[in-house]
Design a protein around this ligand. Sequence first.
Ligand SMILES: Nc1ncnc2c1ncn2[C@@H]1O[C@H](COP(=O)(O)OP(=O)(O)OP(=O)(O)O)[C@@H](O)[C@H]1O
Ligand SMILES: [Mg+2]
Length: 304
Amino acid sequence: MLAVKAEGLYKYYKDGNKGRKEVLKNVSIDIEDGEIFGILGPNGAGKTTLISILSTLSIPDSGCVEVFGVDALLEANRVKSIVNISSGNPNFPWSLTVYENLKYFSLLYGLDDTAIEKVIDTLELEPFRNVRFDSLSTGTKQRLSLAKALLNEPRLLFLDEPTVGLDPDMAIKIRKLINRIHDEKGITIVLTTHYMKEAEQLCGRVAFIKKGEIIANAPPDELKRQMKLGEAITIEYEGNFDDSLLRDIPEILDILHENGKIKIVAANVESIIDNVLKKFCDVHVRNIEISQPNLEDVFLKLAH
Ligand SMILES: Nc1ncnc2c1ncn2[C@@H]1O[C@H](COP(=O)(O)OP(=O)(O)OP(=O)(O)O)[C@@H](O)[C@H]1O
Ligand SMILES: [Mg+2]
């Protein structure tokens, strides 16, 4: 069974005098049970709007959403009991402590203290139990937000930019935690992120959304292939090099040449490296670097 099946979603917001702004445009998406699915895209593309709709926090203007086979528009309460959402910019009652905040949500969800103790343990929040929300560091606020989202033991967890604003150490810690929660509890996770490394590390599949439309949806490696982003060999040299010498190597997909530095892109660099280096026999080569394409390259190509 699919964790999420969304079809033909449209969402409009009022837009000053101009009337309405189309924020989601015919968005259809299938998310498999148990996967970690990433939603990527530029600022304002509609990522938060999309996950708000999938998690029943917002209602689309048209289209339908099913969560584990339950209609999210007709039976929102049934869906609410099996999903939860955590934002990377959590906004909790600031004068309540970690425990009091979790108590507040557990009462809303109709849960007892056992649920609170479980998430305090999972998210290692014991040292902060009696610390007020406004005194917590950004990383601990994010952990509290994750703890809140795990209280009802959701089958489907939405994470909106779970590591935004964290230092690299804390971001790594949170990513490990997300992976652990996914592996141990076998839950489906849908996350948005602006960190391409994060999407690459965590997500089995990613969708790219631009101006409210999904324009790509595939595993990260397949996206790189689809975008014809090959491996690259970058050669730094001294003096002059005439790049027309490379014309007789048909496997070359692209050449970027600037002063003393040339980047040659091919599907498989290993198969051309010998031929390429032969062209440099009269030039003093200072450095050679081979690089794999990454999701950042995909993002930049899709976003423009
Ligand atoms: N409540 C609202 N009222 C009016 N417009 C809104 C509202 N919420 C979002 N928007 C607009 O909808 C568009 C999509 O916003 P959304 O927050 O979904 O984008 P996003 O992809 O999550 O962006 P970011 O990467 O910056 O978080 C933006 O143009 C935003 O200004
Ligand atoms: Mg957002």
